[in-house]
Design a protein around this ligand. Structure first.
Ligand SMILES: [Mg+2]
Length: 99
């Protein structure tokens, strides 16, 4: 478990929060990815922001996605640092002759 994951887990215990069910966490990840997509569409696409919508940063939405993923990972004993390192290694090997 990486530091961010430990911080989330400690905070949940401190405030007596329980992790959501896997389906609820997946829905949350999907919801946050949708929020990032909406922001990208505002920044680079034709979608105009409503005048009532607050300014957002990509980092806000990416943070929300990582938070939701960390919750899922915490309930499945997955170390996000290792998962990311494994993905990078997979990409390096799988795609080494591709580009
Ligand atoms: Mg969000």
């Amino acid at each position: 478990m990486n530091k961010g994951q430990k911080d989330i887990d400690s905070w949940f215990k401190e405030v007596s929060f329980s992790y959501w069910s896997p389906h609820e966490m997946l829905a949350r990840v999907t919801e946050e990815v949708g929020e990032l997509a909406r922001l990208v569409n505002h920044e680079y696409g034709p979608k105009v922001k409503k005048s009532t919508e607050r300014e957002q940063e990509f980092s806000d939405e990416i943070g929300d996605i990582i938070f939701a993923l960390a919750c899922f990972a915490n309930t499945h004993n997955i170390d996000l640092d290792k998962a990311l390192a494994d993905s990078l290694e997979k990409s390096k090997n799988r795609d080494k002759d591709r580009f």
